[in-house]
Design a protein around this ligand. Structure first.
Ligand SMILES: [Zn+2]
Length: 65
């Protein structure tokens, strides 16, 4: 069994807010994520695929798929 891992790093901005709550409640629940100008987080995503080597192609994964 072969394991292949692809790692991607990216940044994303967001804004959390519930109009049914007061500004104080939004701040208490969402903290810095309730900033109207948005703010960002950095993410790392890793995806691992495990398969046997295809005896015909020799591929573990056909990346075109
Ligand atoms: Zn946030």
């Amino acid at each position: 069994m072969i394991f292949l891992t692809r790692k991607a790093e990216f940044s994303s901005s967001h804004f959390y807010w519930n109009d049914d709550w007061s500004a104080e409640e939004n701040q208490r629940i969402f903290g810095k994520c309730a900033n109207r100008n948005g703010h960002g987080h950095n993410y790392t995503l890793e995806v691992t695929v495990s398969r046997e080597i295809d005896p015909i192609s020799g591929f573990v994964v056909d990346w075109k798929e």
